[in-house]
Design a protein around this ligand. Structure first.
Ligand SMILES: [Zn+2]
Ligand SMILES: [Zn+2]
Length: 312
């Protein structure tokens, strides 16, 4: 009796475009991450200069069809109008879906009107709500949820997830056996196959196990709260802001930001597999202190760095 090898998991990675907090530095850009989920590209936040970062990294702008903005602090959305405009000048015809706080639509409309720009492609706006967790996007294979963060203005985090996949029927078996169509779905859902002559084929022998669905969570900007922890339970990769270190814990609380240790505590309490820290204050030239502080609480931590790709 043989067990089929599991199917290979599709690509699911996060490319850091910007890792800086409010003011950019000569080496760190404002917040933006590009997710590649099975060659669907989702842009998460779009700080100033994001389109230039995409160019530097040889990522084609027009591949992006969905942009998600967490809140209306400039370091998270000042790049939106630039990206929209360049897509227009390049003659885009596909829809662009923009998700974000309701007033983002007004801001973008005003910028377009003032420059007498009539976009050559449809821009579809989807307002988010900061008060509750909700599914804001779904395809056959992916979903995106927004959830409330604790920041000075209304802010949402996002969960990007893969939907569970069906089992895959072994090609060799399909060539050998003439499986009637109605059986196909049942086998993919886990049923054993019974041939017309009564032979039973156990499901594990004729199908491949699908890869386990993975999730990526985005938490920027927020101060530490157990209420945030509940929304990111069990994620594979947690991106979390770490604006300050513990020495500035009070400032972090007042400014509605997190310390590196607090980001690590969220990862630990949520049972995340991997923590990626970002949104670093310009005061920290070197980031070893931030990393060390987080690792003391949650070992599997790394630092966001412009141009680096992390597998989910
Ligand atoms: Zn910020
Ligand atoms: Zn902010």
């Amino acid at each position: 009796m043989h067990q089929n090898k599991p199917m290979q998991a599709p690509v699911f990675s996060a490319t850091i475009l910007g890792s800086s907090a409010a003011t950019p530095t000569s080496t760190r850009n404002p917040s933006a991450i590009l997710l590649n989920m099975d060659y669907k590209y989702y842009l998460v936040d779009c700080g100033e200069g994001t389109q230039i970062q995409l160019r530097r990294m040889h990522i084609k702008l027009q591949k992006i069809n969905h942009v998600f903005i967490s809140h209306l602090h400039g370091d998270h959305f000042f790049g939106v109008i630039g990206l929209i405009s360049t897509m227009h000048l390049m003659g885009r015809d596909k829809e662009l879906h923009l998700f974000g706080p309701p007033r983002l639509e007004e801001i973008v409309q005003l910028q377009l009107e003032a420059s007498l720009t009539e976009l050559v492609y449809p821009l579809v706006f989807h307002p988010t709500q900061a008060g509750k967790e909700e599914v804001i996007y779904e395809s056959d294979i992916h979903f995106v949820k927004s959830f409330p963060l604790e920041h000075r203005i209304e802010t949402t985090g996002f969960i990007f997830g893969e939907k569970p996949r069906r089992r895959k029927i072994d090609k060799a078996f399909l060539l050998k056996e003439d499986v009637p169509v109605p059986w196909m779905m049942r086998i993919k859902d886990g049923a054993d196959y019974v041939s017309p002559s009564g032979v039973v084929y156990p499901n594990a022998e004729i199908t491949k196990q699908p890869p386990a669905p993975r999730t990526f969570a985005y938490c920027s900007d927020t101060r530490y709260s157990p209420d945030v922890v509940q929304y990111v339970q069990g994620v594979d990769l947690l991106y979390h802001e770490a604006t300050f270190m513990e020495e500035l814990k009070e400032a972090a609380r007042e400014k509605y930001h997190s310390t590196a240790a607090q980001a690590a505590l969220t990862a630990k309490q949520a049972g995340a597999k991997h923590l990626l820290l970002g949104h670093f204050s310009a005061r920290y030239k070197k980031l070893d202190g931030i990393l060390g502080e987080a690792k003391a609480v949650f070992e599997n931590t790394s630092l966001a760095k412009e141009g680096e790709v992390t597998e989910v």
